[in-house]
Design a protein around this ligand. Structure first.
Ligand SMILES: Nc1nc2c(ncn2[C@@H]2O[C@H](COP(=O)(O)OP(=O)(O)OP(=O)(O)O)[C@@H](O)[C@H]2O)c(=O)[nH]1
Ligand SMILES: [Mg+2]
Length: 346
């Protein structure tokens, strides 16, 4: 047998067709799943093409029955620690857990620190768990696209609990909300000032709030903060009118309150399903994403036209010199776009 090339097996695997990879994913082959995620993250058009064939096959052959949970909060609030222990709890109950990260900053830092951030060693070794750090070097739209696709792929591979950690600040929370069923916001026990300081936009995304690190000498402070947060949250209206955003007290590190968090997620999903919102929200997320992608695509086609990009460049100087109003420049650009690409309605 020495004459057999030892890399033969992996080579034959890497040459599998889109349908073969898709079938292997349905059979819960982790290698195929990772391969498909890498293809979806690729900037290479031919690889992207294979990835779309895999996606189409899976859409036709699988029905996701998962819960997508986004865990968000400031750096260091304890997202990874909670996800690891929460994920272990789910995995020990027989659920299949996939952990993904949304990291818009990976395009800047090239994800160098992300490996550390999503290490989750104990969960990573659990047979029911799959952890995928987000890819480095992707554009903002690329991060969004790759994470959405990764979620679908994991679901097709039978993962029914999808935990999404937001990494970095700003864009990641919005992205997470655009692709999850439940948005869990972690906060730290804090004084009144900090409560006033929570970013309004992010609080409005929350379906569940949890005061994390409610342990050791922070119990008293956590109890007081939970009360203040409950009052503050009373001012917001959740899109499901019957849902009062709960404020849990938890310790992701010591496991305290995680059961309660699971109950709240289940209660939220049950209500959301009763209201017919669960499925509709996913459909709306898909349609919104389609439109967003079209805008990005079209924008790219337009701005990569040499005549238009040169005109845009010259507009920058005009704005700098203060000679023309932006209003008239936009009008001129519109005319140029119509002349270049044609406008059937003119
Ligand atoms: N006391 C206590 N410490 C915690 C708890 N959860 C996390 N920590 C500690 O807080 C620090 C940050 O935890 P991480 O889980 O890495 O936090 P994170 O939100 O994922 O951080 P980033 O990914 O960098 O945004 C670590 O030192 C943890 O051990 C908790 O419930 N209680
Ligand atoms: Mg983390």
């Amino acid at each position: 047998m020495e004459h057999i090339n030892p890399s033969y097996r992996s080579k034959s695997k890497s040459n599998r067709s889109a349908t073969d990879i898709a079938k292997a994913i349905i059979e819960r082959d982790r290698f195929a799943l990772s391969k498909a995620i890498t293809l979806a993250e690729s900037n290479d058009l031919s690889k992207r093409q294979i990835s779309t064939e895999i996606a189409d096959y899976l859409s036709n052959h699988t029905t996701p029955t998962s819960i997508r949970i986004a865990v968000s909060g400031s750096p260091g609030v304890g997202k990874s620690t909670l996800i690891e222990n929460w994920g272990l709890q789910y995995a020990n109950q027989g659920h299949r857990v996939a952990v993904l990260a949304i990291d818009p900053s990976s395009s800047v830092t090239h994800g160098s620190i992300l490996g550390d951030k999503t290490r989750m060693e104990a969960l990573g070794q659990h047979p029911n768990a799959y952890i995928r750090p987000s890819a480095a070097g992707l554009t903002l739209g690329g991060v969004h696209h790759a994470t959405r696709e990764s979620i679908r792929l994991c679901e097709s591979a039978g993962y029914d609990i999808i935990l999404i950690e937001t990494v970095g600040v700003g864009q990641s929370e919005t992205m997470a909300a655009e692709m999850s069923d439940v948005f869990v916001l972690l906060l730290l026990p804090g004084a009144g000032d900090e409560i006033q300081g929570i970013k309004r936009g992010i609080v409005e995304l929350a379906d569940i709030v949890a005061i994390n690190k409610a342990d050791e000498d922070r119990m008293q402070l956590a109890t007081e903060s939970a009360k203040s947060y409950r009052n503050a949250l009373g001012l917001y209206h959740h899109p499901i009118i019957e849902w009062r955003v709960p404020v849990a007290m938890i310790s992701g590190l010591h496991g305290f309150g995680i059961n309660q968090l699971t109950d709240q997620v289940n209660a939220f999903c049950t209500l959301s399903k009763e209201k017919g919102r669960f499925k509709n929200k996913r459909i709306k997320q898909d349609i919104d994403w389609l439109y967003k992608s079209i805008e990005q695509e079209i924008g790219q086609i337009i701005t990569s036209n040499p005549k238009i990009s040169a005109t845009l460049e010259s507009f920058k100087n005009l704005i700098l010199e203060g000679k023309r109003s932006t209003h008239s420049l936009i009008y001129e650009l519109r005319t140029l776009i119509h002349q270049t690409f044609g406008n059937p309605t003119l």
